[in-house]
Design a protein around this ligand. Structure first.
Ligand code: ARG
Length: 458
């Protein structure tokens, strides 16, 4: 196939170099957006009197036919045509004849590729934002369901202080909310029209770029053609949002992996989300969660890969920029899939409510006992020491927290009274935490109510 740029060349491209330089094997994903931007471009050319209304009509009809063919699968890319832009233009000329060659007036692939990518990103980021909302809704519903589940919280993976399990779910809801804000910001930085910048210096036709922007639904128009064609900050913004979100997904997945182990036994995953071992008949492995954790590494790598790609580029467009696409496509798909996978895992997980309660009945209530003494006028440091001695006694004698008696407490401090024993109850301990943002029931109930309203759950 003759290349659209072949005019100044005396020999055809070497076959290996064709393979080496092509991007059609991955940028065909942009085909729909390449057609849509071409339609807006035609209408802008007509408005600028570069195309007659008849020409514009024929071009638009041809592009509409291509869109239909793309949808029904009959428009397929031609490998020898390098990239999606050449493919769509050539397909149009095949569809409507020589007039198709006018499509590329006042346009370069350098502004074209940015325009496609920005349109594509806006759609993909919207999908991720929607999927994240479903995940947050799931977490809020779990928080509501588990308002009466008392559980240990961990720091250093050691029992720390008792909580209501709702507090844990709402913690991740907060994390995914901050991810959502990052994705919305990434959406905003994508929401800029670059078309009409040409190869680098702008275009020598009086294109109304604001009209193009309104046709394509862009909120802003780029202000400098050099920056418009060389800028990939919007790609970095999306990749960064994916990387941070992946980190959150991975951390929750890691918790669930540990919690589902025999030693923890705090949750059971449904069979439909687990796989077995080819050798050990008894195995049921949490592969889905492990893959969420594993795939997060690509999200970091993709961000780093584009960072490195950009740092030494001479301004403005360089072919290196073609390498932004695969990491971006991969991160967007991986993030969307991982959000779905975590949501399914949470949907199917059965939390072992009784065991969570049992485990929280331990020394993790001791901070409260120390504070009891503080309220009686003892300094926190001394109280810490006294209660530390109690812990050592309990551990050495192997008794349970339920067996701690008032006389035992009295041997450590005369300040202990009957009401100190009530603090050994983990639920009391959790509910004593009443400051905004804490796990106490009064605060949590309000937090859940607010979250339900914010997430549109009735
Ligand atoms: N496939 C190229 C890319 O993704 C399209 C732009 C090519 N422009 C050029 N002047 N060679 O970046």
């Amino acid at each position: 196939m003759q290349k659209p740029w072949a005019g100044r060349f005396k020999e055809s491209t070497a076959p290996f170099i064709e393979e080496f330089t092509e991007s059609i094997s991955f940028d065909w994903q942009l085909a729909k957006f390449d057609i849509l931007q071409s339609m807006a471009h035609v209408r802008t050319l007509e408005r600028a009197l570069v195309l007659t209304p008849e020409e514009s009509n024929t071009l638009l009809t041809g592009l509409e036919r291509l869109l239909k063919k793309l949808e029904d699968g009959s428009l397929v890319p031609d490998k020898s045509l390098e990239d999606v832009h050449m493919n769509i233009e050539t397909a149009l000329t095949r569809e409507i004849g020589q007039l198709g060659k006018k499509l590329h007036t006042a346009r370069s692939r350098n502004d074209q590729v940015v325009c496609d990518l920005r349109l594509f990103l806006k759609e993909e980021l919207s999908n991720i934002i929607n999927e994240l909302k479903l995940l947050r809704q799931r977490l809020v519903l779990l928080a509501k369901e588990h308002i009466n589940t008392i559980a240990p919280s961990y720091t250093h993976l050691q029992h720390a202080q008792p909580i209501r399990l709702s507090h844990y779910f709402l913690a991740f809801r907060e994390a995914f909310l901050s991810d959502t804000i990052r994705f919305i910001n990434a959406y905003k930085s994508s929401d800029v029209l670059a078309l009409g910048s040409g190869a680098v210096a702008g275009v020598d036709f009086a294109l109304d770029r604001f009209y193009t922007a309104s046709l394509l639904g862009f909120n802003k128009v780029s202000k400098n053609s050099i920056q418009a064609t060389s800028d990939r900050d919007f790609v970095l913004d999306a990749l960064y949002a994916c990387a941070v979100c992946g980190m959150h997904l991975s951390r929750m997945a890691e918790d669930m992996i540990i919690w589902s182990s025999q030693e923890f036994n705090l949750l059971e995953l449904p069979d439909r989300l687990c796989t077995g071992s080819s050798i050990m008949p008894q195995k049921k492995n949490p592969d889905v969660l492990e893959l969420i954790r594993g795939k997060t590494s690509r999200l970091y790598a993709n961000l780093l890969s584009v960072f490195v790609l950009l740092k030494g580029l001479p301004t403005a467009y360089n072919r290196d920029l073609q390498e932004d696409k695969e990491p971006l496509f991969d991160s967007l798909k991986t993030t969307l899939d991982c959000i779905r996978a975590l949501n399914l895992s949470l949907e199917g997980a059965k939390f072992n409510v009784n065991r969570l309660y049992e485990l929280s009945q331990d020394l993790s209530v001791m901070t409260d006992l120390a504070n009891y003494l503080v309220k009686k006028g003892i300094s926190f440091r001394d109280a810490h020491e006294i209660v530390g001695n109690l812990c050592a006694k309990v551990i050495d004698s192997g008794i349970s927290i339920k067996d701690i008696s008032l006389s035992m407490l009295k041997t450590l401090s005369e300040q202990f009274e009957e009401d100190a024993l009530e603090l050994l109850n983990p639920q009391k301990c959790a509910d004593a935490r009443i400051a905004f943002g804490s796990t106490g029931i009064s605060v949590l109930e309000r937090a859940i109510e607010n979250a339900m309203r914010e997430e549109g759950i009735s």
